[in-house]
Ligand binder design. Structure first.
Ligand code: 5GP
Length: 180
């Protein structure tokens, strides 16, 4: 079973997803490929960092479940093992909404989880705090609204990330009660 966590950049998807896989039995985190550069201080394990050429080769080989371009970089989810598609293991994808739409189309039974900021000004504060350039922050805020609307159109279940502990508890419960 596939669970897709989406929501605007800076909302806290990374923290929530790593806490969820620690906490929910039978839930693994998918590791994406990306063509973007690694940020200062970012773990080398957070993505498989590749060149655009290597990414495009994998696309041509049919090696991605979904992929999308986001703010000039490519991001993709490697095709998961059969255990996530046919048996009782659960996989969490932490991706943006164009990818979520592709997953939902291929696997209509998958669950989309939309993580929302308490407010847009709080989101702006978080993006600035994590060191993105001001031009980058502005672009991310511009796409945030569209991302939220698209996720809603996919029938996402919504959670407001106002308190990390409460949010993780609520989403963990949701995953446990919706997994096979
Ligand atoms: P960031 O550059 O901040 O790590 O990620 C930018 C956006 O790409 C985030 O919304 C993140 O969830 C999304 N993303 C990460 N991995 C994937 C992926 O494999 N596929 C898609 N479609 N989006 C991804």
């Amino acid at each position: 079973m596939l669970f897709v966590l989406c929501g605007p950049g800076g909302v806290g998807k990374g923290t929530v997803s790593s806490r969820l896989v620690e906490r929910v039995e039978n839930l693994d985190l998918s590791r994406s490929w990306t063509t973007r550069d690694r940020r200062d201080g970012e773990s080398p394990d957070s993505y498989v960092f590749v060149s655009r050429e290597a990414f495009e080769e994998r696309v041509a080989d049919g090696g991605f479940l979904e992929y999308a371009e986001f703010l000039g970089n490519l991001y993709g989810t490697p095709v998961p093992g059969d255990q996530y598609l046919t048996s009782d293991r659960n996989l969490l994808l932490e991706i943006e909404v164009q990818g979520a739409a592709q997953v939902k189309e291929r696997f209509p039974e998958s669950s989309i989880i939309l993580l929302l900021p308490p407010s847009m000004s709080e989101l702006e504060r978080r993006l600035i705090g994590r060191g993105d350039s001001s031009e980058h922050v502005k672009r991310r805020l511009d796409v945030a609204d569209l991302e939220i609307r698209t996720a809603r159109s996919l029938g996402a279940t919504e959670f407001v990330n106002s308190s990390i502990d409460v949010t993780v508890t609520d989403i963990a419960r949701f995953i446990e009660s919706n997994s096979r």
